[in-house]
Design a protein. Structure first.
Length: 287
C-alpha cells in the first residue's frame, strides 16, 4: 500500500517526506505526491514494454502533464501502443529549412515523442524555431511541453494544426504521407514570465515546471479508482518472490531452497596486521 492512504495532517497536502495526506481510499479523488506518482509511472512504463532508456524522460513528462491537468494517467491506463514500444520515442525529420522542421512521429503517442521534439527544438539555432509534428497519436498531450519552456528559459507554444498550415507558419512543404492533423510547436528564445510567488520560483528549477512546483504543496488530484487500477497494474514490473530473487536481494545468504542461512560474518578474514589475531574457524575446528 502506498502513502496515498495516509489520513494524518492537513487535507490535500503532501508532507516533507513526499507522503500524501488525507487520502482515505473511499474518496472519489486522491491528492498524490510527486514521489509516488513518479514511482508508479516508472513501473507502469516498464511493465507496458517501453525501452528502459526511454522511461525516465517519458516518466517525468507524465508527471508534469498530470500536474498540468492533462489526461496523462488515463493515457497510461489505455496502455502504450505497438508503435510506442517499437520506436520508443524516435522521430524522423521529413523536411527542414533553417529554423523550421517537419517531423514524422511514426504513429507514436504524444508523451512518448515529446522528449525528442523538445530536443530538436533546442538543438536548432535561432531566436525562433518552428516544428510541425505529424503522424501522431494523442497529440493533445504534447501541450505538456509548454510548461517545460519556463524551466529552460524559453517560451514554447503548442497548437493543434493541419498540414495545410505549414506554409503560413514558415515551414517547408509537408510530405504527402504526413498530410493530416498534427501539432505545431513554436519555441522563442526569450525570457518567460515567472510567478510572483518566491517559493514557486525556488521550486521551479528543482521540479521542472510550474504545475509540478504547485503540486509540491497541494499534491496532484487523481480519480481514486483510476489510481488504484494503475497501482495494481504497476506490479507487473516487479519480480515475483522466488529462490532466485531472494538470492539477489542484498547481502542476505540464502540456500537453494530459499532458506536464509546463519550469519557467516564471523568466518570472514580481514586483511591487516595479523600478529595478534585469534585462530581462524578452520583452526578451531581442527582442535
Amino acid at each position: 500500500m502506498t502513502s496515498a492512504t495516509l489520513t494524518t495532517g492537513a487535507e490535500g497536502a503532501a508532507d516533507r517526506l513526499g507522503r500524501t495526506r488525507q487520502n482515505a481510499s473511499d474518496r472519489e479523488t486522491l491528492h498524490l505526491s510527486l514521489r509516488e506518482l513518479r514511482l508508479i509511472t516508472e513501473r507502469l512504463l516498464q511493465a507496458q514494454g517501453l525501452a528502459l532508456g526511454a522511461v525516465p524522460a517519458v516518466r517525468d513528462l507524465v508527471l508534469h502533464a498530470q500536474a498540468a491537468g492533462l489526461p496523462a494517467l488515463q493515457f497510461l491506463a489505455d496502455r502504450l501502443t505497438a508503435a510506442d514500444r517499437v520506436h520508443t520515442g524516435r522521430v524522423e525529420i521529413a523536411a527542414e529549412t533553417p529554423g523550421a522542421l517537419v517531423v514524422d512521429c511514426l504513429g507514436q503517442s504524444g508523451l512518448v515523442v515529446a522528449p525528442a521534439l523538445l530536443d530538436l527544438l533546442q538543438a536548432e539555432p535561432g531566436e525562433r524555431v518552428v516544428l510541425w509534428a505529424g503522424h501522431l497519436e494523442r497529440a493533445e498531450l504534447v501541450a505538456v511541453l509548454e510548461h517545460q519552456g519556463t524551466d529552460r528559459g524559453v517560451v514554447l507554444t503548442v497548437t493543434p494544426a493541419a498540414a495545410s498550415a505549414a506554409p503560413a507558419a514558415g515551414l517547408p512543404e509537408v510530405p504527402g504521407e504526413l498530410a493530416g492533423e498534427g501539432v505545431l510547436l513554436v519555441m522563442e528564445r526569450r525570457a518567460p514570465e515567472l510567478p510572483d510567488d518566491p517559493e514557486l520560483r525556488r521550486l521551479l528549477p528543482l521540479v521542472g515546471s510550474l504545475p509540478a512546483a504547485r503540486a509540491v504543496r497541494t499534491g496532484i488530484e487523481t480519480p481514486t479508482a483510476l489510481w488504484w487500477s494503475l497501482f495494481e497494474d504497476s506490479a507487473g514490473a516487479l519480480s515475483p518472490e522466488s529462490v532466485t530473487s531472494l538470492k539477489h536481494a542484498g547481502a542476505t545468504a540464502v540456500d537453494d531452497n530459499g532458506v536464509i542461512e546463519p550469519d557467516l560474518t564471523d568466518d570472514v578474514d580481514f586483511v591487516g596486521d595479523t600478529s595478534g589475531a585469534t585462530a581462524t574457524t578452520d583452526e578451531k575446528e581442527q582442535r
